[in-house]
Design a protein. Structure first.
Length: 241
């Protein structure tokens, strides 16, 4: 096969253009705007993922403070965004502190079961698994457990659950998840994010329309203080809204 001078010139010009194109500048040759988590997800092999990680990237410190924590405790989560080394593991973890009389408000995990182990103190947990899980009298079943140090309970994927510390000392727990991105949805926050019409239709006359904003502001983002008996026992004063 023979090439004309014009064809050869075109090929050389294209080759020069390709070699002059801007190269990728981050660890594994990916565009700089990609996060480390995104680069790890795009890596061709597990070996390529390891090449993107430094030794320090394999350590997650649960001693850090939670951003925008509630007034009754803290929860620090290790997922593939906060701890990129989890990419490819299919697992995540969280460490929680629940203050005296603190309540981890009703929430769900949309993409994973949670295995929760109490490491110190005591927690009362309640869970509602799903529609159709009923007591013998036909009422919806609420599974209630009491956990002390080194005891565990499962919260099934998508189940509504909550934990309460009934004592005057801090309780701590570790939660394991079968997902790198287990996610959390606070039931009250999500419910009251809906429009006023839908809230009114859901709750009927139990919440007056003019009080919806007050109720919204009273819903804490995460772990919140609550139960009056514990507050009295521990000599704590209930905060006004």
């Amino acid at each position: 096969m023979q090439f004309s001078a014009a064809t050869i010139s075109a090929i050389l010009a294209f080759t020069s253009f390709a070699s002059a194109a801007p190269g990728h500048s981050r660890r594994g040759g990916y565009p700089q705007e990609l996060s480390l988590t995104a680069q790890l997800q795009l890596a061709d092999t597990a070996a390529d993922r390891f090449a993107l990680l430094k030794d320090d990237d394999f350590v997650f410190d649960f001693n850090q403070q939670q951003k925008n924590a509630g007034k009754g405790g803290q929860l620090v989560a290790a997922n593939r965004k906060t701890f990129p080394a989890l990419v490819g593991t299919g697992a995540g973890m969280a460490f929680g502190r629940v203050d005296a009389c603190g309540l981890n408000t009703l929430h769900v995990h949309p993409r994973s079961v949670e295995l929760q182990i109490v490491t110190s103190g005591r927690l009362i947990a309640e869970m509602v698994p799903e529609n159709g899980v009923l007591n013998s009298d036909g009422t919806r079943r609420v599974i209630r457990t009491e956990l002390t140090a080194n005891m565990m309970t499962p919260f099934y994927q998508g189940s509504v659950h909550t934990q309460f510390n009934p004592d005057c000392e801090e309780a701590t727990f570790v939660a394991a998840f079968a997902s790198e991105d287990f996610g959390t949805g606070q039931i009250a926050d999500e419910t009251f994010a809906l429009s006023d019409d839908f809230i009114s239709m859901t709750f009927g006359q139990s919440i007056a329309g003019e009080d919806i904003d007050r109720v919204r502001k009273a819903i804490p983002q995460s772990i919140a203080l609550g139960v009056e008996d514990c507050l009295k026992k521990c000599g704590k004063t209930k905060r006004s809204i």
